[in-house]
Design a protein around this ligand. Structure first.
Ligand code: MLT
Length: 403
């Protein structure tokens, strides 16, 4: 008799954003006329920028011609895109990352989950709390999380609480982890980390022999100085960190799918190169991102693409300011929204996160994400995203202010 991976049975029935979607659909069934404004999942609303669309059209034409057609591409990504990433995201910041340290993928979410393939099951994992749920759920699937307790924690995971008390910056753990997930600018809290604070994590990882999985999907939203754009700004990071990036939030590729992982040549475990392991994994389990999408990604780095995508980020950050100011005016305790498209607020009147979700949906027809869905320390908090249209963002704030 075959056996399933029992670890899947330990998980909550559905993924956080699937549960949010389920509740919205149920609400819409019972309130068919409600004009629901969605500020839950961090999905962009502006269309792909002109430079990317033009590149896609040209690539489609290539695919239509016998002499220019592309079948299987290199699994790790086409050299033109790997080179553009290495040059624009790293070398231009004075960081020496080579194209063969870049692995093009269908997004940071997939990379976040798949990275576990090359890490032993016995690794002790540390995550911030609250945290992007994919880090925890994929470690549950991989058998690294242990059992789920009454306290809302997995007993095999080290939780690093990030709350108002520590300014949403995690403290070094008392128990030594092997794998540390960090995400900055942070999803869900919208907070960030200074270069010195991140350096202390790099120093710590080097000292204890841990690897940092650094999710920098929201890098394009950094507006303040002294916030690192990449972990490789920190000394020694190439020896202890894998960085994950995405084209979803900076260039609107949530539907088209494009991201990449940086696995430095210097990153080794007992002499074994993680770059080689990841290349082996990629080559076996992945046939690469479509040529058309990679050409669109390349176009993001052109002058035109940079101007257009920066304008999109500015648009969303203007929404973030509308949300931040609107909530403050309405008397909420708010953070985030300065270097990130997420605003993190304290629920009023000691409401639980899900109570506030229902309240906001029912009374204002506005959808957000309950903080407790990101971990036990998120209880009593709530996340709103600035990825909606300006008009809807303004309307949502008017409704919330009127409550
Ligand atoms: C979020 O809302 O946290 C993100 O959109 C989820 C994701 O990027 O997968």
């Amino acid at each position: 008799m075959f056996r399933i991976n029992d670890n899947f049975c330990k998980l909550a029935e559905s993924y956080l954003f699937s549960e949010v979607a389920r509740r919205i659909n149920a609400f819409k069934q019972s309130h068919p006329d409600a004009d629901v404004i969605r500020m839950g999942i961090g999905d962009v609303t502006l269309p792909l920028c002109g430079a990317a669309v033009k590149a896609m059209h040209e690539a489609v034409e290539e695919e239509a011609g016998g002499a220019t057609f592309h079948g299987y591409g290199p699994e790790q990504g086409y050299p033109f895109l790997r080179e553009a990433i290495a040059e624009n995201d790293y070398r231009q910041r004075g960081i020496e990352i080579s194209a063969d340290e870049i692995f093009v993928s269908d997004g940071a979410k997939s990379d976040t989950g798949n990275i576990g393939d090359i890490l032993a099951m016995s690794n002790k994992v540390a995550v911030t709390d609250p945290v992007y749920p994919v880090y925890v759920d994929t470690n549950v699937m991989g058998g690294r999380a242990g059992e789920f307790g009454q306290d809302g924690c997995w007993n095999g995971v080290i939780y690093l609480p990030v709350t108002a008390v520590n300014g949403f910056v995690p403290q070094l753990p008392a128990q030594v982890p092997d794998v540390i997930y960090l995400c900055y600018p942070n999803n869900p809290t919208g907070s960030t980390i200074t270069k010195d604070e991140l350096q202390s994590w790099v120093d710590y990882a080097l000292k204890v022999g841990a690897v940092i999985i650094y999710d920098a999907a929201y890098e394009a939203y950094i507006s303040e100085d002294n916030v690192p754009h990449t972990i490789y700004e920190c000394k020694g990071a190439k020896g202890c960190a894998i960085e994950l990036r995405s084209f979803s939030k900076n260039a609107g590729f949530t539907g088209t799918r494009l991201g990449f992982a940086v696995v430095p040549m210097d990153l080794k475990c007992k002499g074994v190169s993680l770059n080689s392991l990841w290349a082996r994994r990629h080559g076996t389990k992945f046939n690469g991102v479509p040529y058309i999408i990679q050409r669109a990604g390349e176009a993001v780095y052109t002058e035109e693409g940079q101007t257009q995508t920066k304008a999109q980020v500015a648009y969303y950050m203007n929404n973030a300011k509308v949300i931040y100011d609107g909530l403050k005016e309405a008397g909420y305790t708010v953070s985030g929204g300065v270097n990130a498209p997420y605003i993190w607020l304290k629920t009023p009147d000691k409401m639980s996160s899900w109570e506030f979700f229902d309240y906001l949906l029912d009374k204002a027809n506005v959808v957000g994400t309950p903080g407790s869905g990101f971990g036990p320390s998120g209880e009593g908090y709530f996340r709103l995203t600035s990825f909606g249209s300006y008009e809807n963002t303004v309307r949502a704030m008017e409704r919330i202010r009127a409550l």
